[in-house]
Design a protein around this ligand. Structure first.
Ligand code: BDR
Ligand code: CA
Length: 313
C-alpha cells in the first residue's frame, strides 16, 4: 500500500477529499495532520475526528497541528464553510481524541520509517509541512511527493491574485515549494474545471439513503446552488481534485512548471508565480507538476464510488 499523510483544514471540500482517500484501498493512511485554515485549529481538528467517526475510520491517528501561520497571525476563511467548518452538516462530538504528538514530528518520524515512500496530500495552508521542513532539514530526502491543493496560475479567491491556502501562510508555502521535494499542484483553474453540476450532485447523493453520501451531498449542495445562481455550470470542490490526482493521476493532465510564492507584494501577497517562460532571463527550472486539464465525468465518478463504498461497509 502507498503510505500517505493527509494534511488538511476540514472544511467542506476537505471532508469530501477525506472520504475519497479513506475509501481507496491502495492507501495506507498513516495519519491526519490538521492545520489552522478554513477555521481555527480546534475546529479543524474536531472536524477531522468527527469525519473519522462518521465513516468508521477511527483507527487513523489525528495529530496536533499548527494554530497559526509560521510568521503571521492566524488567517481563516471566516464563515465560508459555515459556523463549524462543515457547512450545515451537524455531526456528533467525537469520542476519539487527538494524539499527543505534533504534526511536524509525526511527519518526519513516518517519512524516515517509510524510507522515501511517504506521500503527503496537503489541502490546507502549508504550515505543518513547512514547520517539519524547517525543523528537520533532511526531511526532503524522505518524501516521495507532495500533492497540494493551493494557488493558481492567474486568478485568486482571497485577493484578485491569491488563493486561500497560500494566502493564509505565504512563507510556509514558499518553504514547501523550495524544499526540492517533487510537488504536484492543483490550483484554482483546474478546480473550477472540475465543477459539480446539479445532476452530478444527485448522483453523489444516490438513491439508497447512504449516510456518507448524504453528508457529502449536503456539504456540496450550497456550492452548487450558489454557482448555478451565478451562471456557472456547477460548484467547486477544490480539495477533492487533489484526492482524484492521488487516486488516479490519469484523470488529470499536468504541465511541468516552476512555482514560487510572492510573500510581500503590495498587490500580489500570497500569489503563486507560475513560470512557463523559456527566454534566458525569465526561465526557471521546473519544480512542480501543475494540473491543467481534468476529465470531469471521471472526477465525479470517483466521488460517487467513494461514498457508495463507505456506505456499503
Ligand atoms: C481552498 O481553501 C479552502 O477554503 C478550501 O478547503 C480549499 O482547500 C480553496 O481555495
Ligand atoms: Ca482545505
Amino acid at each position: 500500500k502507498r503510505p500517505v499523510i493527509i494534511d488538511c483544514d476540514p472544511g467542506e471540500d476537505d471532508a469530501v477529499c477525506l472520504f475519497m482517500m479513506f475509501a481507496d484501498e491502495q492507501f495506507d493512511i498513516l495519519g491526519i495532520t490538521p492545520v489552522c485554515g478554513n477555521k481555527p485549529l480546534d475546529f479543524c481538528t474536531t472536524n477531522a475526528l468527527r469525519l473519522c467517526e462518521l465513516t468508521g475510520y477511527t483507527d487513523i491517528p489525528v495529530l496536533k497541528g499548527a494554530p497559526k501561520a509560521i510568521f503571521r497571525e492566524a488567517r481563516t476563511a471566516g464563515d465560508i464553510h459555515g459556523a463549524t467548518g462543515l457547512g450545515n452538516v451537524v455531526l456528533p462530538d467525537p469520542v476519539k481524541t487527538v494524539e499527543d504528538e505534533y504534526a511536524w514530528d509525526f511527519i518526519y518520524r513516518q517519512a524516515v520509517a517509510h524510507k522515501g515512500e511517504l506521500e503527503i496530500l496537503a489541502v490546507g495552508p502549508l504550515t505543518n509541512l513547512a514547520t517539519a521542513l524547517l525543523k528537520y532539514p533532511d526531511l526532503k530526502d524522505y518524501v516521495k511527493q507532495i500533492v497540494i491543493m493551493g494557488g493558481a496560475s492567474g486568478m485568486g479567491n482571497m485577493t484578485p491574485t491569491a488563493e486561500f491556502n497560500i494566502w493564509a501562510d505565504p512563507e510556509g508555502a514558499k518553504v514547501v515549494f523550495k524544499s526540492g521535494i517533487p510537488m504536484v499542484m492543483m490550483g484554482l483553474e483546474i478546480c473550477y474545471d472540475a465543477y459539480v453540476s446539479p445532476e452530478d450532485l444527485k448522483r453523489i447523493r444516490g438513491d439508497k439513503g447512504g449516510r456518507v453520501a448524504g453528508v457529502a451531498a449536503d456539504l456540496i449542495s450550497k456550492r452548487v446552488d450558489h454557482a448555478t445562481a451565478n451562471g456557472m455550470p456547477g460548484g467547486v470542490l477544490c480539495d477533492a481534485v487533489s484526492a482524484a490526482y492521488m487516486i488516479d493521476p490519469s484523470v488529470i493532465e499536468c504541465e511541468h512548471v516552476h512555482v514560487d510564492v510572492e510573500v510581500s507584494g503590495m498587490l500580489t501577497e500570497g500569489k503563486t508565480v507560475v513560470t512557463r517562460s523559456f527566454t534566458e532571463n525569465a526561465k526557471r527550472e521546473p519544480n512542480t507538476y501543475l494540473g491543467c486539464g481534468i476529465d470531469q465525468p471521471r472526477f465525479i465518478d470517483l466521488i460517487v464510488a467513494a461514498v457508495e463504498k463507505i456506505d456499503a461497509q
